[in-house]
Write a protein that binds this ligand. Sequence first.
Ligand SMILES: [Zn+2]
Length: 227
Amino acid sequence: MYYYGGLDMGYMLIALIATLLGALTQGYIQKVYAKWSTVDASFNGTGAEVAKNMLLNAGVTNVGFAQIDGTLTDHYDPRDNTLHLSKDNCFGGSVASVAVACHEAGHAIQHAVGYSPVAIRTALVPVVNIAQSAWSLLFFGGIILGMTGLIRIAVIAFGASVLFQLVTLPVEFDASRRAIAYLAESGQEIDKQGANEVLTAAALTYVAAALTSVIQLLYLMSRTRRR
Ligand SMILES: [Zn+2]
């Protein structure tokens, strides 16, 4: 095994693949988003207005709306029960804006109806916050000090953050499914088609991140066993 200050070749190769895959999926979402940003949705309303109607349609009335800086920075925050939408998606009426705003509305509906993967994900947050910052320190500390027990704890901590990424997948897919179902029943075919493309591209970024961390975990586990 070739060590470079605690890093070995296999680990560096996985890190490189993860970076490349991340860059590719980010590039793809940017491209698809740009394409559908130029196509008007059939709603004659902004992303925020369509999202609000989607929430009303689901009987959810207490969700706040706020504008945030940046592009594709949109998210739903359960702490203030608010959709934080980027300027384009808040005030624009393109297929891309409506798709993203409705996806975020999907998260607000999940919260309102008590969708169980969200509850699991929320419960994991404090564990993952500690695990994410501690695992690499424990892992490389364990290698340098030659302490297998420390490495094992590091791998378990990393496993917790992988589990979090895996639980994120059904949450993201479900929010998109809710958005597309709403757009399909209340909009035109073009809205559904565009939303499908935009939200699939967005989902790929989560899939790529989860996939690379599963590979990373398997690698770390195999290395721990070899030691
Ligand atoms: Zn989402």
